[in-house]
Design a protein around this ligand. Structure first.
Ligand SMILES: NC(=O)C1=CN([C@@H]2O[C@H](COP(=O)(O)OP(=O)(O)OC[C@H]3O[C@@H](n4cnc5c(N)ncnc54)[C@H](O)[C@@H]3O)[C@@H](O)[C@H]2O)[C@@H](O)CC1
Ligand SMILES: [K+]
Length: 534
């Protein structure tokens, strides 16, 4: 698992070490230079004579970059450091000059900006050391100008574009972000202004949340964490599950298991007009290893489900997790406006009953509360307060509607600009765990947040969300009681489902388009690969 800490926690961890004279900057800058050398060697062959431009800001981030530049100059690379602020890291500059590096005082002669941009565009490597964890807001003054101008000039790179893959060839410089790409929201992943998209981010001590969270996560390139000896003890601000975490916690059945110990998923999804969502959700739940899948929606849809998946049963009975809402019309706004016009095929009533059972509020149900996945039309069926073992799975549009229905003045672009903040707000307002779907999936539960970037862009296709709901339903059913008892566990399971779903999409058709049903069919193979490696 990757754990990310906020800037203030990293600073607090640095303080005692700095007070004790531990050479943190030497450690950081030496490791940074080592990674730059390795990358330049891999791309260019000989490193001697390779051209490096170092963008250095006023603080210690600039210090790291200048000291790394000094190491590179000492190895025979041609290093030019560009100082954007009158205040600069004095020992860093001195080290660089001693090693034979050249310094351009852009702050003293802003007119040389175009020459700087030209040199940067022709460089083999570009180090972005403008600001690190001391950044406040969008890049200002010359730092902003230089990033805007270089982004415009460097082939195929705009300030806000998705980071190119490390295999990107051509003449463009290899961009290495020092600690973080300068100008991102270090704690929240915001991109409030120009940011130079990096090919690699070398981050010190621990990942920062902004490296994992969208939208900034798209600008980091490969993230390399350098251990400089910091001890971070408190809870991380954001986490990212890795395959090994999911493999370790996957409930592999033993000889004593039967379908009820493995978990029964109850599904209310689809309508007679749109039965596909029900087929996808139930198929995914079956494929993800549910002990049993009960389709509890309308009869007409049930026939389509049974035709596709004869393993599914439609009779009432014990359920260990509910999946309510995929392919059911009506979201939060429709429900708020009292629009329940019958086009839902009676699914709203069935969904409400499922959610009431899951909340433990249905008279006469044995077994107590169980987890629930609440998707699409199910989101409009929620009560004012939900338990944390309900996992809401909106995309940005649905989350916006949910928030607006609860009095927040927010629009979709706001949610897209700050997904963690708004998923967190929805968690606060509803009490439920919130999984916000997107290129990077953000999950917020009580005291925990996850950011999962496991799937290809191809996964943005109709039906993919229905498959995720089914996979998550099966995973929640397998750990039903535990999820109800441990408030933060639903978020971990939801993040794990996002990982399995994303990796199954890669597996379904590596590098190419994927269809939702193919993703569902790839799920068992992905699970086998995961648990086979543990
Ligand atoms: N404390 C230490 O000794 C260590 C610090 N490290 C490095 O130091 C960095 C943090 O250093 P600092 O605390 O000096 O802060 P930064 O270097 O991140 O930035 C602070 C400086 O940038 C300017 N600035 C802030 N926001 C700006 C904006 N939006 N536009 C333009 N300029 C802006 C400020 O005027 C300030 O002078 C880390 O990210 C890391 O790279 C590492 O070397 C590890 C050890
Ligand atoms: K930086």
């Amino acid at each position: 698992m990757l754990s990310a800490w906020n800037a203030s926690d990293v600073r607090a961890a640095e303080e005692p070490l700095l007070a004790a004279g531990v050479p943190l900057m030497e450690r950081a800058s030496f490791a940074l230079a080592t990674h730059v050398l390795r990358d330049v060697a891999a791309r260019r062959g000989p490193v001697r004579g390779a051209r490096v431009v170092v963008l250095a800001g006023a603080g210690n981030n600039g210090g790291d970059a200048l000291h790394a530049g000094a190491v590179l100059a000492g190895r025979g690379l041609a290093v030019t450091a560009v100082l954007v602020a009158e205040r600069f890291h004095v020992p860093g500059r001195a080290a660089l000059e001693r090693a034979g590096g050249r310094v351009v005082e852009l702050f003293a002669a802003p007119a040389v900006l175009s020459a700087v941009v030209e040199e940067a565009a022709r460089a083999d490597a570009l180090l972005d050391g403008l600001v690190g964890i001391g950044a406040r807001g969008p890049l200002r003054s010359l730092a902003g100008d230089v990033v805007g101008a270089i982004s415009g000039a460097v082939e195929g790179r705009t300030a806000l574009e998705i980071a190119p893959t490390p295999s990107r060839g051509g003449a463009a410089p290899w961009v290495v972000a020092v600690d973080v790409p300068s100008g991102i929201g270090v704690d929240d992943g915001a991109v409030p202004g120009p940011v130079l998209a990096a090919d690699r981010t070398v981050t010190f001590g621990a990942p920062k949340p902004g490296l994992l969270l969208p939208p900034a996560a798209a600008l980091t390139g490969e993230v390399t964490v350098v251990d400089i000896g910091l001890r971070l003890d408190g809870p991380p601000a954001a986490r990212q599950l890795e395959p090994v975490d999911v493999a370790r916690s996957w409930p592999v059945p033993g000889p004593a298991d039967h379908k009820y110990t493995r978990g029964v998923v109850g599904v209310v999804a689809g309508t007679a007009t749109y039965p596909g969502a029900a087929v996808l959700t139930t198929t995914a739940a079956v494929r993800a290893g549910a002990g049993m899948v009960r389709y509890r929606g309308s009869e007409a849809v049930g026939r389509a489900v049974l035709a596709a998946r004869p393993e599914v049963v439609t009779a009432a009975g014990r359920v260990q997790s509910w999946v309510v809402g995929p392919g059911v019309p009506g979201g939060p706004e429709a429900a708020h406006a009292g629009e329940d016009d019958g086009a839902d095929d009676g699914q709203h009533e069935r969904g409400r009953a499922g959610l009431a059972a899951a909340a433990g509020r249905l008279a006469g149900t044995a077994g107590g509360p169980v987890p629930a996945v609440v998707d699409a039309g199910g989101l409009g069926l929620l009560d004012d307060a939900s338990p944390p073992w309900f996992v809401l799975t909106p995309h940005a549009g649905e989350l916006t509607a949910l928030l607006r229905s609860r009095g927040e003045d927010v629009r979709r672009p706001d949610v897209e600009a700050e997904p963690l903040r708004w998923a967190g707000r929805a968690h606060e307002l509803t009490g439920a765990t919130v999984l916000l779907k997107g290129g990077v999936t953000v999950v917020v539960g009580p005291g925990v947040a996850y950011a999962q970037a496991d799937g290809p862009g191809w996964l943005a296709t109709a039906g993919a969300g229905d498959v995720l709901a089914g996979v998550l339903g099966a995973m929640l059913a397998a750990r039903s009681r535990e999820v109800v008892e441990r408030p933060a566990l639903a978020a971990e399971v939801a993040a794990a489902a996002a990982l399995v779903h994303g990796r199954a999409a890669h597996r379904a058709n590596p590098g190419g388009p994927v269809a939702a049903l193919d993703v569902a069919h790839a799920v068992p193979h992905e699970i086998a690969a995961l648990v086979g490696g543990r």
